[in-house]
Design a protein around this ligand. Structure first.
Ligand SMILES: *Cc1c(COP(=O)(O)O)cnc(C)c1O
Length: 409
């Protein structure tokens, strides 16, 4: 008897979500209606930010944030080498250059020392770094107060790629901060792709506390068009001006999200707390198994940091490197674990291939030596982790891991 395939991530859509979407279909607005603002308000409440701009997807959110922060040709932004390619591509869309910072091989998060070295090297070469894009990989927050302090020394903005971290928190100055509250950044983005914590099919959002940035994001989402009487270049008494009149003063896009999508998103957001709690439960189950024979010393979870509560978007394990083991041999053992799990229809994934390895980016930045990213990549594998997963599903994964560990001892 073969068990059904177990993906690494999967959305959960309940009847209550369906009902909200159907109600929207029967209403007046499919797009540009009241459900968009309602979803944005709900996001602000969850994350503790003043403003949210919901858009077509997380990549569009990154693109708009980079543009709204004013980056363009001649500017450089710094991105960790381990992330989804969109974190880097958003800079290129704006014509800016990407510099890659290394990550810690044990948690995949920005290596702060290397970040500072990169900022200094760019500054010394007269290429002012304008932006740092920390990525809360797998859902664990980066040390945001430290990132903010380092970026500020070099006059750089901070844009959090929080696609993995809706619902994550961190402590700083005896306060618990929700990721997306932008306490230590200029803006943060989320994605609502079906593998993320909540879904709108495709969707994303930019959060910020900066009202000027918010205004620019709102304009750029809709073609760069506005009707703000204070900014119109023609006076209201002009006979060619009327209630219909608008002006386009920047080159914007149609990056809107629909009311249908926001109906789904608002409904899903109501279950975020339970979603995170279930993920935490699955994570503890994996943690305990990895702390015992035969897995202990063979496969480890990512390093966790005190005072930071992961949103557990991914549960990444690492095959532990043997003393003196070549990276290629470590990568071969990771492959054997990947194959073993796939044979059992447990569809683990690898997050992520170092972005500077991608031919597009390599052709621009050359061959970089980023040992943290290389070490992280060779060892890592994402186990199944999603809201609707059962304890039995997680035990099935653990059994398969144990089998591999015993067979390859
Ligand atoms: C999913 C994701 C994105 C892009 O989001 P889309 O909604 O798929 O465009 C960006 N960065 C990271 C780290 C992601 O995981």
């Amino acid at each position: 008897m073969s068990l059904p395939p177990l993906p690494y991530g999967r959305q959960e859509v309940l009847e209550e979500d369906v009902a909200e979407v159907v109600a929207c279909l029967r209403d007046d607005f499919l797009t540009q209606g009241p459900r968009v603002a309602r979803f944005e308000e709900a996001l602000c409440e969850v994350a503790g930010a003043r403003h949210a701009v919901a858009v077509a997807n997380g990549t569009a959110a990154l693109h708009l944030a980079v543009l709204a922060l004013g980056l363009g040709p001649g500017d450089t932004g710094i991105v960790p080498a381990i992330t989804f390619v969109a974190s880097a591509n958003c800079l290129r869309y704006a014509g800016a250059d990407v510099a890659f910072a290394d990550v810690d091989a044990r948690d995949g998060l920005l290596d702060l020392e290397h970040l500072e070295d990169t900022l200094r090297a760019l500054t010394d070469r007269g290429r002012a770094p304008r932006l740092v894009v920390p990525v809360h990989l797998a859902g664990q927050p980066v040390d945001m107060p430290a990132v903010r302090a380092i970026a500020s020394r070099y006059g750089a903005f901070v844009l959090e790629d929080a696609a993995h971290a809706l619902g994550a928190t961190y402590e700083a100055d005896s306060t618990v901060h929700a990721v997306g509250g932008c306490a230590h950044s200029d803006a943060a983005i989320f994605s609502f792709h079906p593998v993320k914590h909540i879904t709108t099919g495709e969707g994303g959002a930019v959060l910020t506390n900066d009202s000027r940035l918010y205004g620019r994001l709102m304009d750029l989402r809709t073609h760069g068009i506005h009707k703000d009487p204070d900014r119109l270049t023609r006076p209201p008494e002009d006979p060619f001006v009327g209630p219909w009149y608008y002006e386009q003063d920047a080159l914007g896009f149609n990056y809107r999200i629909t009311d249908l999508q926001c109906a789904l998103g608002t409904s899903q957001l109501r279950r975020l707390k339970g979603n995170i709690a279930r993920r935490r439960e699955i994570a503890s189950l994996y943690d305990s198994a990895l702390g015992e024979a035969p897995l202990h010393g063979r496969i480890s979870p990512l390093r966790r940091h005190d005072g930071r509560q992961s949103a557990h978007h991914l549960y990444v394990v690492q095959v532990i490197r043997r003393d003196g083991e070549a990276l290629a041999d470590l990568a071969r053992r990771r492959r054997s674990l990947y194959d073993h799990l796939h044979e059992k229809d447990i569809r683990v994934q690898v997050h992520y291939i170092p972005v500077h390895w991608q031919p597009y980016h390599r052709s621009r930045v050359g061959d970089l030596q980023l040992p943290g990213a290389d070490g992280y990549y060779a060892a890592s594998l994402s186990l199944p982790m999603f809201h609707s997963m059962t304890v039995a599903d997680a035990e099935r994964v653990v059994d398969a891991l144990r089998e591999w560990a015993v067979r390859t001892a």
